[in-house]
Design a binder for this molecule. Structure first.
Ligand SMILES: Cc1ncc(COP(=O)(O)O)c(C=O)c1O
Length: 389
């Protein structure tokens, strides 16, 4: 059967594919340690589950407004108004089926053929295909030579008359880097000068480690905020990946256009999931900090274990739940990080995600959304497999 050109060019999300492969091997009885997962291993807090169950029992099981229930939009506004010093109202917010869906709606609404969008690499795997579906061209800035952090000079160099926007993801998936405030302010000035839109994917901003500070471009002031689209979601902050709730906050005309698009695809995100998400934003937040500390302890452990592996080197992540070591010291032997990852799965029974789909083919991604016992066991196996040969 003929498959359309747009869809023929789309590959399956490599991170989801790794997770599926690990689950398949586990089902065959193999003792696999999976470092592939892009989701927290913590369960959704009980108060959130109870709010969703209550919503079902109360009959909140019908269509909601396309862009989400107004109480949830207001709760999102309250968060960004307090944390970023913005002045948003529900008309500035759309609730979608996960942040991925928010980004998809946003890219299709903002970008089209002929537009260039600056994307720092390493990048989250889904940005390039989503931009391409919109017809736009990702213009990749390689940050491997600048400590995995984007600089304003790099942005300046990448600008052409076709540049329409830039994507900022801090803390970053896959690097865990938190972009510096000073550099972000300079980047914002460039965006104003060249009339560029900013997509600020802040989905990991509640998982920040000691010594680092999250800074959102939108908090610089109204001139930047009005060209910025903030992406947030329930998945990573509240351990709700399966609930599929994400948000975009920005210019109300663009949000209304996204809502029209959403009305012709998914309609509203699941009604009772929205009530769970409402509870996540309005209930007790203390668990978020407690779990961020647990991630930090795991980060410390994983970084020290990675440093024991021959040929691996790492800049410690400052947030999110990924380590992204360079495996350049093993490339001569294996030929590529992808082949190294296959070797590790076969020989050490450890799953990692090769860097190629993140735009860094001499790196691999480890998720530390798993127990300390798994981190020790998995990295000991890797060290042994690579030492023995
Ligand atoms: C940087 C980034 N943005 C957005 C998402 C999408 O999250 P979700 O669709 O689960 O809300 C992810 C998930 O892996 C991510 O890593």
């Amino acid at each position: 059967m003929r498959i359309s050109k747009v869809v023929s060019n789309i590959q399956e999300s490599p991170t989801l594919a790794i997770t599926a492969r690990v689950n398949q091997l586990k089902a065959q009885g193999k003792d696999i340690i999976g470092f592939g997962a892009g989701e927290p291993d913590f369960d959704t807090p009980d108060d959130i589950k109870e709010a969703a169950v209550k919503a079902i029992k109360d009959g909140k099981t019908k269509y909601t407004p396309v862009g989400g229930i107004v109480e949830l939009k207001q709760a999102v506004c309250d968060v960004v108004n307090t944390e970023y010093g913005m002045q948003t109202a529900p008309a500035n917010v759309i609730v979608s089926c996960g942040a991925k869906h928010s980004l998809y709606n946003l890219f299709l609404t903002l970008f089209e053929a002929g537009d260039e969008v600056i994307l720092p690499a390493p990048y989250w795997v889904s940005y390039p295909p989503m931009l391409e579906i919109a017809g736009a061209t990702p213009v990749i800035i390689d940050t491997r030579t600048t400590g995995l952090k984007l600089t304003a000079d790099q942005v300046k160099e990448a600008i052409t008359p076709r540049t329409r926007g830039i994507i900022i993801n801090s803390p970053s998936n896959p690097t865990g880097m938190v972009f510096d405030k000073k550099e972000l302010i300079k980047i914002a000035e460039i965006c104003i000068e060249h009339d560029m839109l900013i997509v600020s994917d802040d989905i990991y901003n509640k998982i920040i480690f000691s010594g680092s500070e999250f800074f959102s471009l939108a908090s610089i002031g109204p001139e930047v905020a009005e060209r910025t689209f903030i992406i947030k979601g329930a998945s990573k902050t509240f351990y709700m990946t399966g609930w599929r709730i994400g948000y975009c906050i920005g210019n109300k005309d663009v949000i209304a256009a996204m809502s029209r698009l959403q009305s012709q695809s998914t309609s509203n995100p699941t009604s009772f999931a929205q009530y769970g998400a409402l509870q996540s934003l309005t209930g007790d937040q203390s668990i978020v900090g407690v779990r961020a500390k647990i991630f930090e302890e795991r980060r410390n452990l994983m970084v020290s274990k990675i440093r024991e592996v021959p040929g691996f080197s790492i800049i410690p992540p400052e947030g999110a739940f990924y380590c992204f070591p360079s495996v350049a010291g093993q490339i001569d032997r294996f030929g590529s990080a992808t082949k190294l990852a296959s070797f590790l799965l076969d020989k050490a029974q450890v799953a990692v995600v090769p860097g190629i789909d993140f735009g860094a083919d001499d790196y691999v991604r480890f998720s530390f959304a798993t127990s300390e016992a798994n981190i020790i066991k998995g990295l000991d196996r890797i060290k042994e497999a690579l030492t023995q040969g």
